[in-house]
Design a protein around this ligand. Sequence first.
Ligand code: COI
Length: 355
Amino acid sequence: PPVKSTDDHKVAIDEKVKSGGEDINWDSVGFGLTPTDSMFIMKCPIGDKYSEGQLVPYGNFEISPSSSVLNYGQGLFEGMKVYRREDGRIMIFRPEENARRMQMGAERLLMQAPTTEQFIHAVKKTALANERWVPPYGTGTLYLRPLLIGSGAVLGIGPAPECTFLIFASPIGNSYKSGINAFNLSIETKLHRASPGGTGGIKSITNYAPVFESVKRAKAAGFDDVLFLDEETGKHIEEASSCNVFILKGNVISTPPIFGTILPGITRKSILEIARDCGYEVEERRVPVEDVLAADEVFCTGTAVIVTSVASITYQEQRVEYKTGEDTVCHRLRTTLTGIQTGLVEDKKGWTVQL
Ligand code: COI
């Protein structure tokens, strides 16, 4: 099972590194951390070039107490997966999109991101070094977490003089949380995730801790996650704590547009394209709560959640239920996407990269 406390974590490292993960019951692995063998790390003084970069054993590393990431939240992350195909080979999905998104975020936070080439090289090295942790076909994936942090020391507010790029890996199970194949969501009416002009549109680490409280409250009330509303009007849905959201009405699929407050998800972008190819009408538009409540289906997309049905949404005491299961558009889109990712469906778009 995924590790929880620091002590469990230590035990898990010792036991699982020895066993190479072969004894893991993949059905019980959710999205908890299972430490793996190696992580990739490289540094860059701002205005200079990245060092060569190297694989080092997974573990703690030193950082200045006055680093900009610790003091001012100058940091970005990405989420990616290594997929095992039926024939045993491993592949990654659209890595250049993650590289570009990190570059976009780095521009906003005054950091220096690796080039697309450097990023993909690092991803491949990390994936191959931890290959024994890629779960068997159909049981899960190896999740990669690229990080870009302002690691140089500062005191006054301002960007770090040095950035560190690193990638660590953890195998994860098939679903976001083991056993959940549809989400029950509540609409958050108290707090917001992002505001116009803020950082909602980049994968800044600072977008995530502020949602913990909303999610905790929702979970205490029996929900799986929350849907945030736009800060300007409080009338339109934006996204959940860590995934994008879509609604289906008839033959039309809609999702909020990328206007700076919505994370430009790579699964989101892929699903928009797959849905169009499947003959659905696809819209990127502001989606009022009334449309969500009147939808035939609702689903979430993200690297971690893939494409997951929403079973119900609760808004101000009103609960609406949606169609879930195998006879849904959500299921059709998910099957096509995961088929491409695992080599079952022909990749006509050049989205997959074999390692
Ligand atoms: C991902 O789907 O990779 C994410 O970034 C979500 C993460 C916060 C769990």
